[in-house]
Design a protein around this ligand. Structure first.
Ligand code: NAG
Ligand code: NAG
Ligand code: NAG
Length: 421
């Protein structure tokens, strides 16, 4: 009652004949004046709307509430810690997934902590990283093509996604779309996931001196690798026009002196078909290749396609590099202090290339429309999650990741970013 009284009092004041140009009988006045006020207000409202849409702000206004109410879009998933949470994690697949490369199947090869690796959950500081829901993923990305383009670490992430999805939907066609190394179509959902193998993104091949000479020959080069910084490798050149979502990476091979030996078989960079003179070192070659490959994707990507660049995956060699007796024998994630010791640029340790590569990536991506899938920081803690001696190779593997394992979390992150778009 009280509020009604207040309202009527207010109305009475508003409708005071002295304040309004309505001068007839009180009842008539009331009706007319309410009517004109209503018209006046709706006119104001409409004119507001018109102004907003004519200045082009209308759309912003309409979309703002939904995006600002989504707290996840402001959450930084990359800062956080690993929590030991054996019961909080639902198993998505196990060692029976046939896609797992033998050297990464730490359960089958009896790595002592193989079952423990996935009992750690990544907990961002400000929010939760939702756990991967394969059924939701299949539905959300039906009629979609997703391409992983990059080195074996991107294959590791691709395998994690395929195994997670196969667990709930096994009507799968295996094929090789658009030059890929391997791909799967989840038939019930028409979702295709493919892996395009490329180490440098840019095309490269063996180079040897020409008998007739040339500018590189005159500088004394005899053997090496020709890297065409402006030509995408054929394995993925078609990927941007085929896929709706792309996840690119490169990094490890630019710091791989065993293949690209700076003396015996150096990288020799070419642009527009001609050698880059004076010859440059791989770190500058990486910048040239990144700039060219990023603008290539922006030019040829499907309209509306979503482009991610994944940051560098850290290695965890301690006590020497892979060819100097280094190993990774930890059974738990390492502390923040240890992370800094292993990876800080100042310490310039064995695995320093992780953050070095990222410096190049961030610089090249700054002015691009790529989204950055930053997995480096959260992975730096996981010295326990590499195949180590269980990789079955001549050398200890402290570079790739056991599956199931850390690249499952990378896919959680991918899905969280995709859901925020
Ligand atoms: C792992 O352990 C099982 C059971 O002890 C054994 O049968 C198998 O050969 C082992 N695998 C490897 C790769 O050592
Ligand atoms: C399956 O998805 C692809 C990629 O989006 C699309 O081009 C194609 O038309 C889809 N096929 C069917 C039968 O919907
Ligand atoms: C980092 O260490 C390597 C050898 O381990 C050395 O060749 C290089 O010059 C060092 N870089 C810096 C910036 O100190």
């Amino acid at each position: 009652m009280a509020s009604r009284d207040q309202n009527s009092k207010k109305n009475t004041n508003l409708l005071n004949p002295k304040n309004l140009p309505c001068n007839n009988s009180f009842l008539f006045l009331t009706l007319i004046c309410f009517g004109s006020l209503y018209l006046l207000f709706s006119a104001l409202k409409n004119s507001n709307k018109t102004i907003i849409s004519s200045t082009g702000k209308h759309e912003n206004l309409e979309f703002k509430p939904s995006s600002s109410s989504s707290t996840s879009s402001v959450c930084d998933y990359t800062k956080g810690s690993w929590i030991y949470d054996p019961n909080g994690i639902t198993k998505r697949y196990d060692n029976t997934c046939k896609e797992i490369f033998k050297g990464w199947n730490c359960i089958s090869s009896n790595k002592s902590n193989a079952y423990d690796i996935i009992k750690w959950r990544w907990q961002p500081n400000q929010c939760n990283l939702p756990q991967f829901d394969p059924v939701r993923f299949l539905k959300q990305f039906s009629n979609t093509n997703i391409g992983f383009v990059g080195d074996s670490l991107n294959r590791n992430m691709f395998v994690s996604l395929v195994c997670s999805l196969k667990q709930v939907s096994n009507e799968v066609k295996k094929w090789r779309p658009a030059g890929s190394d391997r791909g799967y179509t989840f038939l019930r959902y028409n979702l295709t996931v493919a892996y395009h193998r490329t180490n440098l993104l840019a095309r490269y091949g063996r180079w040897s001196a020409n008998e007739n000479g040339g500018v590189l020959e005159s500088l004394g080069y005899k053997e090496g690798f020709r890297v065409d910084v402006d030509v995408p490798e054929g394995t993925w050149a078609e990927a941007p026009s085929f896929h709706d979502i792309l996840i690119l990476n490169t990094g490890h091979w630019w710091w791989a002196p065993s293949k690209f030996d700076p003396i015996k078989s150096p990288m020799l960079f070419f642009e527009k078909g001609l050698p880059v003179i004076p010859p440059i070192l791989p770190d500058l070659g990486l910048d040239m290749a990144l700039n060219n490959m990023i603008s290539y994707v922006e030019r040829v990507m499907r309209p509306g396609g979503i482009k991610f660049f994944r940051t560098q995956s850290p290695r965890h060699f301690e006590g020497g590099d892979w060819d100097q007796g280094g190993s990774c024998q930890r059974s738990k994630p390492i502390s923040e202090d240890k992370v800094e010791e292993l990876f800080s640029l100042e310490n310039n340790g064995t695995n320093v290339e992780a953050r070095l590569v990222n410096q190049h990536l961030y610089r090249a991506l700054k002015t691009s429309s790529f989204r950055i899938l930053d997995i480096t920081g959260l992975s730096e803690f996981r010295a326990d999650a590499h195949p180590s001696y269980a990789g079955g190779k001549k050398h200890v593997d402290c570079m790739h990741w056991c599956l199931p394992g850390i690249t499952d979390t990378w896919n959680d992150l991918l899905l969280a970013y995709l859901s925020d778009i």
